[in-house]
Each structure stands twice: as structure tokens, then as C-alpha cells.
Design a protein around this ligand. Structure first.
Ligand code: ADP
Length: 416
């Protein structure tokens, strides 16, 4: 069985074709600059070591999908003989609002609901919908499934997801914490439970997804009870270019001082802040670590700030959970930066957390799942490479086979 995964942005369309039987990616690629000139498609076939970039005028997402179909079925990068081989399409949808607490089969009703929460993710949901409509038109005979970034966190209790703002803002404008990176938190928390030989519903886990975007989650007996991203992905940890938590009075203060409007401020907090704001030049943590090593004081400061904020979030969630079985580091930085991991969790023996310093510093994504705590550490600490694609495809397959109730009951292949 082959499943096509689509991730549609306003001017780009990423795709991956999975072979479910062999659990492998058979083709991957992206169509860039749709409708804005100089568009191209980059198509890769990992098993053949094939990669090709073709420039082509691609005016809209319908044409982009036709080009993806061409790339998959014709020429040197062919991986399937016809589209008939594809059993279903999975669509990544950023925001499901309160409507969706799990992945769903796309119907006209589902499309209307995604549209109805588009104001919560104005840059993403409308683009996701364009992709869904174009793909349903191009492949009308097969099922289409939506996988939401927010769904996993819908188990948060009211006291965790509400903000201390006028209650009517929640009722009238849906202002609340939603959380993102759901498929990643789901995957690594279930893998951590499996590594401890337990079911996810038997343990409490703190997951730290540290990439360009960063979010932490408190997962109690398999359910997300809190997460650091909020109404938008701007909240919580310090990120590559996003500020994370700040005093909410600062944007108003600076808008007055700089005489700028909300659009300018939104762009500044999302794209010019985080470690980029502190270092003044880098978002890539590898660059920051190299420059810090060479003596750059602002890069040193960015590392201290990022790790200190993560440490505080982990501490906060330890208290929220009451007891902790494991802490998991994942995503680009979490999987590869021993320095950030060490600074986040060093000196916490009092709380039952003991890092194996040497093992931690020599653990990278390429080593696969690794326990980086000492054998006598009460709280296990793991580096677990995330695999959002696997959750994505398994949800699609479970739904089209009508076996999906929710993530606590579905027997994902990675539970063992
Ligand atoms: P996203 O998917 O959010 O774009 P990723 O999960 O791919 O992000 O993570 C990207 C980040 O991971 C970059 O800042 C990159 O520098 C960082 N990273 C990758 N390898 C290393 C490494 N060896 N040391 C430190 N940071 C790393």
C-alpha cells in the first residue's frame, strides 16, 4: 500500500510517497514558488540516490499537483506506474481548533470546519485547504485524511489551556492555548514508554522538541496535559527566530516607542527574535555553538538563555505531573546538541535526574534512540529521533482501514 503525504503552504507544496508495506519513503520532494514566478519542482528518490530540479511555470496548486503526479509516474524519477497505486492521501493541517482531537477522513463537512478555524492560523490553514481541494480534484477516487498539529494537545484540561484574560475572548474568539508539534510529542512519548518496557498510559513523560520551532509537553499517562506553545507557535521556549514567552506588555511598549503597527511587531517577534535576536546573526545552533566556542559573548548568552528556559519548562512540568518517568529530547537541536541537553538537565541529582555526561556529549541523531541518563538515574533521559511522518502515515492507514478510535487505543507499530 502506498500513501502520499502532502504539506501545503501558500506558495509551496511538499510531498512524500511512502511504501506502507516496507515502511519506507520511496519519493520525496517540493514544489516551490507556486504562483510567484521562478517556480520549480525538486524530486528525490532516496532508494535510487536520484535528485532532480526542474524549473517550470507553476501558477497554482492544481498545476503543482499535476507536476508531482508527473514526477512520480514518468521519467527517470519514476517510482510508480500510475496514480492508481496510491491508496490514500494524508494532508498536514496546522490548526484543528477545538473541533479535532485526532486525525480524520476528509469530507465536505471537515473542509468547512477547517475553514471555520482558519482565522486561528491565517498563514497556514487557508493554504492547507487549497492543497486539500486541489488534491481531491486530482485524485477524487481515493480517501483523503487530515492530520492536525494541534490534535494531540486537545486532552489538556481547561485550567491548563485557558489564559487569564476576559473569559468572553475564549467564548467569542476562541482565544486559548492549543499547542503544536502534536505528532512529534505523540511519537517520542510513546517510544520512551516502549523503551522503558511500559505502555504510554503507565508513565509520565516530559518531551522537549527543540528544532527551529521549540515546544515542551507534559504527558500524563499518555495524554498531553500541558504544552509550551499556546494560541500560536510564538509562545513558550526560546526558538530559532521566535521570542517565546515575554512580558506581554513589551510589544505595546515597543510599538509606541518605534511608532510601528501590529503587522511589523508580529513579524519582529516571529522572524527576528529568539536566538537570532540575541546573537544578531545566527538561527542555526551549530553556528552559535561554534561562535560561542570561539569567544562570541552573545552566542554564549543565547545558549545559556535557551537552555535555562528549557530547564524551567521541564521543572514546571515535573511539578505539574507530580512524578516523572522520563524526559525526552528530540528534533534537530534536541537530537544533536549535547551542550543544550547538558545545560538543560545538569545538576538536578536532587530531583532524581542524573545525566551520563560523556555519553550525552557523544550522542547524535545518527546513533538512534539513546538513553543518556546514568543507570541509577531515577528519571530516565532519552534522545529519541522524532518520526512525525510515521505517525502521519499510520494515522492515514488506520483511518482508511476503519481501525482508528484515538491515539491511546490504536496499536501503532512503534509501541514495542
Ligand atoms: P525544524 O524542523 O523546526 O525546521 P529541525 O528539527 O530540523 O527544525 O532543527 C533545526 C535545528 O537543529 C537547527 O537550528 C540546527 O542548527 C540544529 N542542529 C542540527 N544539528 C545540530 C548539531 N549537531 N548541533 C547543534 N544543533 C544542531
Amino acid at each position: 500500500m502506498k500513501i502520499l503525504a502532502l504539506n501545503c503552504g501558500s506558495s509551496s507544496l511538499k510531498y512524500q510517497l511512502f511504501d506502507w508495506t516496507n515502511k519506507e519513503v520511496i519519493a520525496t520532494g517540493v514544489v516551490e514558488r507556486i504562483g510567484i514566478g521562478d517556480s520549480f519542482i525538486e524530486h528525490k528518490v532516496p532508494t535510487k540516490d536520484y535528485k532532480k530540479k526542474i524549473k517550470y511555470a507553476i501558477d497554482n496548486h492544481e498545476t503543482a499537483i499535476q507536476w508531482i503526479i508527473n514526477a512520480l509516474t514518468t521519467g527517470e524519477g519514476t517510482v510508480i506506474e500510475s496514480m492508481e497505486e496510491i491508496s490514500a492521501v494524508g494532508h498536514r493541517v496546522v490548526h484543528g481548533g477545538e473541533q479535532f482531537n485526532q486525525s480524520v477522513l476528509i469530507t465536505d463537512d471537515v473542509i468547512n470546519h477547517i475553514g471555520a478555524v482558519s482565522h486561528l492560523a491565517p498563514l497556514h490553514n487557508p493554504a492547507n485547504l487549497v492543497g486539500i481541494r486541489a488534491a481531491r480534484t486530482a485524485m477524487p477516487k481515493i480517501p483523503h485524511v487530515a492530520i492536525f498539529d494541534t490534535a494531540f494537545h486537545q486532552s489538556m484540561p481547561e485550567h491548563a489551556y485557558l489564559y487569564a484574560l476576559p473569559y468572553e475572548w475564549y467564548k467569542d474568539f476562541s482565544v486559548r492555548r492549543y499547542g503544536f508539534h502534536g505528532t512529534s510529542h505523540l511519537y517520542v512519548s510513546k517510544r520512551a514508554a516502549a523503551l522503558m518496557g511500559k505502555n504510554a498510559n503507565e508513565c509520565n513523560i516530559i518531551t522537549l522538541h527543540i528544532g527551529n520551532g521549540v515546544s515542551c509537553a507534559a504527558i500524563k499517562k499518555g495524554l498531553s496535559i500541558d504544552t509550551t506553545m499556546g494560541f500560536t507557535p510564538l509562545a513558550g521556549a526560546i526558538m530559532g527566530t521566535r521570542c517565546g514567552d515575554i512580558d506581554p506588555a513589551i510589544p505595546m511598549f515597543m510599538m509606541q516607542r518605534l511608532d510601528v503597527g501590529p503587522r511589523y511587531m508580529d513579524n519582529l517577534l516571529n522572524k527576528k527574535s529568539g536566538v537570532l535576536g540575541i546573537t544578531g546573526k545566527y538561527t542555526d545552533r551549530r553556528d552559535i555553538e561554534v561562535a560561542a566556542e570561539a569567544g562570541d559573548s552573545r552566542c554564549k548568552l543565547a545558549i545559556e538563555m535557551e537552555a535555562y528556559k528549557l530547564r524551567k519548562s521541564a521543572g514546571e512540568y515535573a511539578f505539574a505531573l507530580g512524578s516523572v518517568d522520563a524526559i525526552v529530547f528530540t528534533a534537530g537541536v534536541g537530537e544533536n546538541s549535547g551542550l543544550i541537553r547538558q545545560k538543560t538537565l545538569e545538576g538536578l541529582e536532587f530531583f532524581g535526574i542524573k545525566i551520563d555526561k560523556e555519553k550525552n556529549m557523544s550522542t547524535f541523531s545518527k546513533h538512534g534512540e539513546t538513553e543518556i541518563s546514568t543507570p541509577d538515574s531515577k528519571v530516565k533521559v532519552f534522545m529519541i529521533p522524532t518520526n512525525e511522518e510515521l505517525v502521519f502515515v499510520e494515522d492515514v492507514v488506520a483511518i482508511i482501514q476503519d481501525q482508528y478510535e484515538d491515539h491511546t487505543k490504536y496499536p501503532y507499530t512503534f509501541l514495542k
